[in-house]
Design a protein around this ligand. Structure first.
Ligand SMILES: *Cc1c(COP(=O)(O)O)cnc(C)c1O
Length: 353
């Protein structure tokens, strides 16, 4: 089965070996306060820093999902109000979810085909934190490092939080340009679901300690305390952390991965552009996501493509949210093998050209 679903997605082929190692080494039953766990966790954090080029003064935490990160940010880093910039279903969910916790939350929905016009933004003085979905998995658009940098330059006093769930570990992100970054591992990390990584700037930690919200098991203040010893507030996904550590050890630096992904992306765009049966969904080349590539056609045509692909043991991503019937999405994630892409493209060419 070839898996081009943009999350949960194709896992790295080395995974079965690592899972077996975990079993053999007794990792599956270790205590999360034990020196063995601390060792794994420490190595994992070290690898995250090294492979993703995380600035030295930033802190790294484990959570169970990106959704949990939405909750942690709302409960630990905002007193009254955040401001959400979004153009698709995941950014909107983050906004809606935060609004349930903090009713004063506001946002701006920007156009799918246009980059955020930073000079035209009007974010109120009382918004403490700006939320941006860097790679909108639902529609295949992305916010560039440069745009995030200019938002930071325009609002230096506000914290900036970035959902990078479908780009972290696939694309090179300028971590220093924002305060909070997070991603769950079932997308570009090429791992099974059930774990996420949360990265925070020094002033994010200061803010959490200053607000001192401590009502929840996953309040950031508790997480900071526990992470001093590379531990978590609860029994974490130990296997997930072990697998993350092993996968990170086996992959090159994000600069190298980024090259691979952008090159494959260019090839995908050129290839998909040659079809009459369907079109690329996003027209503006400068806002296209390089890791999630949506195509569009009439619903019937899309259903046919998807069904026929399934008959050939190829999974393509459904449309998501409002775009469910308007698009199909193709993951361009690092764990996918070149050979698999070739097989998929051969199938598309044979069936729809
Ligand atoms: C997949 C995804 C999420 C949700 O991730 P969970 O691990 O299910 O919480 C959030 N944001 C984006 C951009 C995503 O792609």
């Amino acid at each position: 089965m070839l898996n081009f679903y943009p999350g949960p997605s194709r896992v790295y082929p080395k995974l079965p070996e690592f899972i077996y190692d975990a079993y053999r080494e007794g990792i599956l039953g270790i205590n999360h306060r034990s020196p063995q766990f601390v060792d794994i966790s420490k190595t994992c954090v070290k690898q995250l820093r090294k492979k993703l080029n995380i600035p030295k003064d930033y802190s790294v935490f484990y959570t169970s999902s990106a959704t949990e990160c939405w909750e942690i940010i709302a409960q630990s880093l905002i007193e009254k109000k955040s401001f959400h910039l979004y153009n698709g279903a995941f950014g909107e969910k983050w906004h809606d979810y935060t609004k349930k916790i903090l009713p004063a939350v506001s946002g701006f929905k920007f156009d799918l085909e246009n980059a955020i016009e930073v000079e035209k933004l009007a974010i109120s003085g009382d918004s403490e934190l700006i939320c941006i979905t860097q790679n909108e998995t639902s529609n295949g658009t992305q916010v560039s490092n440069e745009t995030i940098q200019s938002i930071g330059a325009r609002y230096p006093e506000k914290l900036i939080a970035i959902d990078a769930t479908s780009s972290m570990a696939g694309l090179e992100l300028d971590i220093s340009s924002a305060d909070v970054w997070y991603a769950s591992v079932q997308k570009c990390f090429g791992l099974p679901a059930g774990l996420a990584v949360l990265i925070c700037s020094p002033r994010t930690i200061e803010r959490a300690l200053e607000l001192n919200h401590d009502q929840y098991y996953n309040s950031l203040t508790f997480m900071v305390e526990k992470m001093k010893d590379f531990q978590t507030t609860h029994t974490p996904n130990v296997l997930g952390i072990y697998l993350l550590m092993r996968i990170l050890k086996s992959v090159p630096n994000i600069k190298v991965v980024h090259e691979k992904i952008t090159q494959r992306f260019e090839e995908w765009i050129e290839f998909l552009g040659g079809f009459k049966t369907f079109d690329l969904f996003i027209e503006n080349t400068s806002v296209r996501s390089q890791t999630v590539i949506p195509i569009t056609a009439e619903t019937k045509v899309l259903e046919h493509i998807k069904d026929l692909a399934e008959k050939h043991d190829i999974i393509i991503g459904n449309g998501y949210g409002d775009l469910k019937h308007q698009t199909l999405r193709i993951a361009n994630f690092p764990a996918i093998k070149r050979k698999e892409i070739r097989t998929f493209q051969k199938f598309l060419k044979k069936s729809f050209n």
